[in-house]
Design a protein. Sequence first.
Length: 256
Amino acid sequence: MNTGIPNGARIYDYMLGGKDNFEADRQAAEAMLAQNPQASQTARDNRAFLGRAVRYLVEEAGIRQFLDIGTGLPTQQNVHEVAQACAPGVRVVYVDHDPMVVIHARALLATDDDVKVVEADLRRPRDVLDNPITRGLLDFEQPVAVLMAAILHFVSDEEDPGAILAEYRRALAPGSHLLISHTADESPEHVMATAKQGFRLAGSPLTPRKRSDIAAFFGDFELVEPGLTDVRSWRAPQADLPALPWVIVGGVGRKP
């Protein structure tokens, strides 16, 4: 681990007010904040969306199994904490390809037999889905919720995210759900240019996409209400939302 090179997970950790970051990460994050002082708020909004969606999936959709891909560094209100507060015994597998994230996750998240951590790359679905730890905890004959929060924008078009998502969707039983949040291609150029530079230096090039392209990742899954929206407005109390320079949209789809 080279602490002199910024890291995408640690940049996000800094934006969320975490402590698992180094000077290079803070410098990259501060460069983004200089162009978009509300970037930290956008990160928090995405995290809040994830929490609301997990509660919906447990309480209303009846999901008891989660596959959280691209989990990032542990923070407050992690997926298993939110889910198990709603229904004890919910099983969660966290997946990340960053060794530092995996080490932290195994130490801080995998605290009981219902929570496991897998080191794998989402761009190789079979490595995730066929991992013995994944298969040992999750029953893919039953509904599973696959979570991809703020991670697919780090998969380039050349890596064919559509085909990657199709493979995950095929592996899921009817009644399963797919959560996606993703940077929308709706920001001022100077904001995205700085963000792209920071994440490129971190080895995680950022690819914002049109809402129609993000919606296509759900394939034939049925988007639950309110569909694909700004993460701030997904099943949140109605309020006048000010425009933000960095837009993240999110949604949850259900396999018929």
